[in-house]
Design a protein around this ligand. Structure first.
Ligand code: SF4
Length: 197
């Protein structure tokens, strides 16, 4: 018997592996919705989208809807928050989830979810609040699950599949933050090594 249709917003291929599996186990039949105007530069966006499409077609056998890419509106509503992470990411989740909910309504879905709930690097509660309130405003039922315990498995499996795995969330601010964090981690390792002698 086919599962209950659900539109699953996907932020990237590797983050889609476990949510797709778990939602199917729960009795849903997800269709993936791609709308990520946050990913910069555009070549990176294309690379992540291609990774997702290849996996969806060749491995997961799941339909993918490529929805809108409102980059100008991302610049207007998200970029001004710059390095204020909570404000920035909240607005970024909202823009992507609104577009996903619009598509869900248009295509006759009643349930909506997002793969953003798998990454421990996302602001889990902020994202959940956005999903619940936006879904309700569109008359949809949000399916918000804590997929974070499955992140390690997603990492292992995506490596095994040879999928492209990015090292920053998506926007230019997250790229700068990730570079800084890597630099700080290198400095800590260097200092620890020095003290070991
Ligand atoms: S860090 Fe990620 S979620 Fe936050 S604004 Fe940047 S791309 Fe969006």
């Amino acid at each position: 018997m086919p599962g209950t249709p659900l539109l699953l917003h996907a932020c990237c291929g590797p983050c889609s592996l476990e949510p797709l599996k778990l939602l199917r186990e729960e009795g849903f039949e997800p269709t993936i919705c791609w709308t990520n105007p946050n990913i910069q530069p555009i070549e990176e966006h294309e690379h992540r989208l291609k990774t997702l499409l290849t996996w969806a077609q060749e491995v997961a056998h799941v339909e993918v809807i490529v929805a809108g890419d409102p980059r100008e509106s991302w610049e207007r509503s998200v970029a001004p928050a710059a390095f204020d992470r909570e404000r920035r990411c909240g607005a970024c989740y909202a823009i992507r989830l609104k577009e996903s909910c619009r598509v869900a309504r248009e295509q006759g879905f009643s349930f909506i979810s997002t793969t953003l709930a798998v990454s421990p690097y996302q602001l889990f509660d902020v994202c959940g609040d956005e999903l619940v309130s936006i879904a309700h405003s569109y008359g949809l039922t949000p399916v918000w699950r804590d997929f974070r315990p499955y992140y390690a498995e997603a990492t292992r499996e995506s490596r095994e599949l040879g999928m492209y795995r990015q090292n920053y969330c998506g926007c230019r601010f997250s790229a700068a933050e990730a570079t800084l964090e890597r630099q700080e981690a290198r400095d800590v390792r260097k200092a620890a090594k020095k003290h070991a002698y």
